[in-house]
Design a protein around this ligand. Sequence first.
Ligand SMILES: [Zn+2]
Ligand SMILES: [Zn+2]
Length: 212
Amino acid sequence: MKRICPRCGKSSHDAEFVGEFCASCYPVEIKCPSMVEVAKCSRCERLLGPRGWVKEGQFDFDLLIKRNCKGKFIEVKFDPVGGLAVFWVKAGSGETKVERKVELRVQKGICSDCTRRTGGYFEGNIQLRGEERKVQKFAMKIANELEKKSFIAKIEELKEGIDIYFGNRVAAIDALNEFGLSYYRTEKLAGERNGRRLYRTTLLVRLGKKEE
Ligand SMILES: [Zn+2]
Ligand SMILES: [Zn+2]
């Protein structure tokens, strides 16, 4: 039996049908808020996404929309400039695209890293020791890695090597692991803040023959 789509008038001879509609007019239940807010740090320009503070280029807008919209969709792509979310949904034996307008609103503020950085905060230091050439090379690599995930409070060049003061000890340990560097860890009590004991972590790295 030939069917006519009540929305666009296409016939079932020309298009695939799902129920009484053609596949492209098939009503799909997708609920999106008309606006989604994203926090942006005015100092470092990073955005707060589903995976923490990241640079705009690394921000997962698709995931943000996925978390904020409800419905049975296979995939979603979001264009933050045009504020258009495109959903792929199952329709019959194939897939069809459904569009929703979602305005992206940016809330300006200061991220926790920038607040701490300007307050002179740090959680400890990495002490790089050994041959000067290697110390320089690894200092650069580690500094790059730390800047990606957290921040560096200061870098001190000393006679015996380089000290990198870091804002986050987890990020610091991750960076050392990333480059396969072993370290000797010590903790020192540095005082109290709001009734909590503050520790400073020193990670001593001796660059020897095996580290290249
Ligand atoms: Zn139709
Ligand atoms: Zn910031």
